[in-house]
Design a protein around this ligand. Structure first.
Ligand code: ADP
Ligand code: SF4
Length: 676
């Protein structure tokens, strides 16, 4: 039974000529699928509709071949093939009574047209793409006329694909945002004053309303400006522009300039972070307004609506981590929401040009190719009793999913708390929300009478034998290497045996090394940077050294690298990039430039090596010839928490399944036009 406090979330909202069945609105978000994988995509969006989202949008959808964003997997609506492919999505979404929205997109200088090889278009001639050695050509009046016609045609195709909401995408640095920006000093009527800069957006709104506005809602995605000093310059007056357009669109989808704020990681940005910067917008327009803020708490959603900040609860990540979030609230099961942890692993799929993945939801992206459903899992196929050794993300997820299948499960944990690395790392600065990975699973396990767990139970081979389970899953994790072997060093770093050399595990266990400290990061994800912050908070002088050209380089994919580097500089960590650690010596370290080999000495009382990990798999090698034992997660292949959750889930899904032959999942045909 739904808590009446949340009734407001289930009110319908009229958006122009269409009506959203409730206030849950999945804003446009990348999936790493785009036009290349229409069936995979339709299945993912279908699950969201089934889970109760009232509006489901595409990712950015290119209007024509004058703008592509390859190699990033965007959507496209260039021709009838695309119409048929996107029709799979609208059909799937409509099956559950939700509305489907299409975010029409033109990248302008944001895309170098690597695929189409068309000359990129821009407000003026300016550098295009991501450091690509090509500039745009300045759009003349004929180009603007063409753009308007092509945008209008794309809107018509979107309507024939079955979309109910059509977007004018005027933010995130793409073409229309470039026109709106103060740097647009064109001397014609499309540049200079706010009235002129907003002209093209107004024309596109009017064109779209005229072309499809009788049956489709026309939405605008718009930025209220820049939130950070030192970022891109803000629009000089977004308020003036919103006032100029006010009630023209049917819906305002409001955001800010920086992705790093809009979809910031929980390490830096908390729930409802855009509230302050956009609370004025509803005073300026009478039309419904949607915005995001990693909203997972129904109470926060209700507050934002009641306070007149938003009308629709925008969500990308909360809908990825739990596609059934609305339905759970509707059924009075809000304590079962699998809350997003704000790690942005979901964004790495798009950034690395592969289908989406999620730390919390191992089924996302697997709906079509493996037939996985986030809320349904096949019943057990035997009465096997399964012993899981280790309760990190792999062990916990395996125990949860096996338990949901109905298997009898015993989970043994050596430590005094469940969670493995999650419990340890969530205590580090900024990572508290990561404990949701443990807590959601624990909440599920508590409901399952067939799953039992034991703490303080470090099992050895003899005990595992005596337990006589039908199957054993070893989820015992990994240990950080002490000798510095990793990507850069294939051999141990000279001096690694010294007493003043520490591993991340020792720091996580509470060791505080004497300062000044040099951290050597050859892991390139978040941990070295977070440990540096922790040690600064402990009052120590910290130097962070990495062979990569920037700090925590892989976090480019999670959209937080620049924030991390700026933050570490702000708190006083000394950063040395493109530098390797040659040797650990008495009272110091010997470093070298990775390009020139030029060496330099730095004083250090202690050294922390964050390089690579050793799987904790001794028990497997001891027992593998005498019982059915499998390694899952870090004890097989150390990786991110998302890898471990996925491994645990897959182990549970494949329990008692026949061995797979050939490609273990379905693949899409290459041609979108071939969609049947
Ligand atoms: P993963 O990321 O693969 O899930 P973690 O390192 O997070 O791995 O978790 C592994 C967990 O396994 C830790 O909590 C550790 O205490 C536990 N563990 C390791 N060896 C044993 C063992 N022999 N018996 C019980 N628990 C173990
Ligand atoms: Fe949230 Fe992380 Fe999942 Fe993205 S990957 S939806 S940030 S939990």
């Amino acid at each position: 039974m739904r808590n009446p406090r949340y009734d407001i979330l289930f009110e319908s909202v009229k958006i122009g000529p269409v009506t959203a069945p409730n206030r849950f609105y999945q804003v446009p978000h990348c999936t790493g699928m785009g036009y290349r994988r229409p069936r995979t995509l339709a299945a993912l969006r279908r699950i969201k509709a089934e889970g109760g989202w009232g509006v489901i949008n595409t990712e950015y959808c290119s209007i024509d071949a004058s703008s592509d964003d390859e190699p990033f997997p965007h959507a496209s609506i260039w021709d009838e093939g695309d119409v048929a492919a996107l029709g799979l999505m609208t059909e799937a979404v409509h099956e559950y009574g939700a509305l489907a929205g299409c975010e029409l997109w033109h990248g302008g200088a944001g895309s170098a047209n690597l695929f189409s090889r068309e000359v990129p278009l821009g407000v003026t001639s300016s550098p295009a793409g991501v450091l690509d050695p090509i500039q745009t050509r300045a759009m003349d009046k004929a180009d603007i006329r063409d753009l308007r016609r092509n945008h209008r045609d794309a809107a018509c195709r979107a309507r024939s694909a079955g979309f109910d909401i059509i977007y004018i995408y005027a933010c995130h640095g793409y073409l229309l945002h470039q026109f709106l920006h103060p740097s647009n000093r064109r001397s014609d009527e499309y540049g200079g004053s706010p009235e002129n800069r907003v002209r093209l957006v107004r024309e596109l709104l009017e064109d779209t309303l005229e072309a499809v506005g009788d049956s489709c809602a026309v939405a605008i995605r718009f930025s209220v400006g820049s939130l950070v000093g030192g970022g891109r310059p803000a629009n000089d007056d977004p308020r003036t522009m919103i006032e100029l357009l006010a009630d023209l669109p049917d819906l305002w989808d409001i955001t800010v300039d920086e992705y790093s704020h809009e979809m910031g990681t929980s390490r830096f940005i908390k729930e409802a972070a855009l509230e302050e910067s956009m609370r004025w917008v509803k005073q300026v327009t009478g039309k419904p307004l949607v915005s995001v803020g990693r909203l997972t708490s129904p109470d926060t959603m209700v507050r934002l609506i009641k306070n007149g900040v938003i009308d629709l609860v925008g969500a990308a990540r909360p809908s990825i981590a739990d596609p059934f979030l609305p339905r759970k609230i509707d059924q009075g099961r809000e304590d079962e929401i699998r809350e997003c942890i704000g790690c942005n692993i979901c964004y790495t799929g798009d950034q690395q040009h592969v289908p989406i993945r999620c730390t919390q939801n191992p089924t996302i992206g697997e709906e079509w190719r493996r037939g996985w459903h986030p809320e349904q899992i096949p019943e057990k196929e035997s009465d096997s009793h399964i012993l899981i050794v280790g309760s990190g993300p792999a062990g916990l997820e395996a125990a949860t999913a096996l338990g949901q299948r109905g298997y009898r499960v015993t989970l043994a944990e050596a430590g005094l708390e469940l969670g493995g690395r999650i419990s340890r790392e969530a205590r580090l600065p900024g990572l508290a929300e990561w404990s949701r990975v443990r807590d959601w699973r624990l909440g599920q396990i508590e409901r399952l009478s067939n799953v039992e767990y034991f703490l303080d139970s470090c099992l050895d081979a003899k005990q595992i034998r005596e337990f006589a389970a039908d199957r054993v899953a070893l989820a015992s994790g990994s240990e950080w290497r002490r000798n510095g072997v990793g990507r850069w060093h294939q051999e141990a770093i000279p001096g690694w045996q010294k007493e003043n050399v520490f591993t991340p595990d020792e720091l996580l266990d509470g060791a505080i090394p004497p300062g000044p400290i040099t951290i050597f990061d050859d892991d390139h994800y978040y941990l070295a940077g977070v440990l540096a912050e922790k040690l600064v908070r402990d009052g120590l002088d910290v130097r962070l050294v990495t062979p990569a050209p920037e700090i925590s380089a892989w976090t480019q994919h999670t959209s937080e690298q620049e924030t991390i580097q700026a933050h570490l500089l702000q708190i006083g960590v000394e950063l040395e990039t493109a530098t390797t650690l040659l040797a650990i010596e008495e009272g110091g370290v010997r470093l070298a430039c990775v390009h020139s080999g030029r060496e330099r000495e730095r004083s250090a009382q202690s050294v922390v090596l964050v390089t690579s990990r050793e799987p904790r798999d001794a028990l497997f090698h001891e027992l593998c010839n005498e019982m059915k034992i499998d390694r899952i997660g870090d004890c097989l292949a150390p990786g991110a928490i998302a890898h471990a959750v996925y491994a645990g889930h897959r182990y549970a899904r494949e329990m008692d399944a026949p061995p797979q032959k050939g490609v273990p999942f379905r693949r899409e045909p290459a041609l979108a036009a071939e969609v049947d």
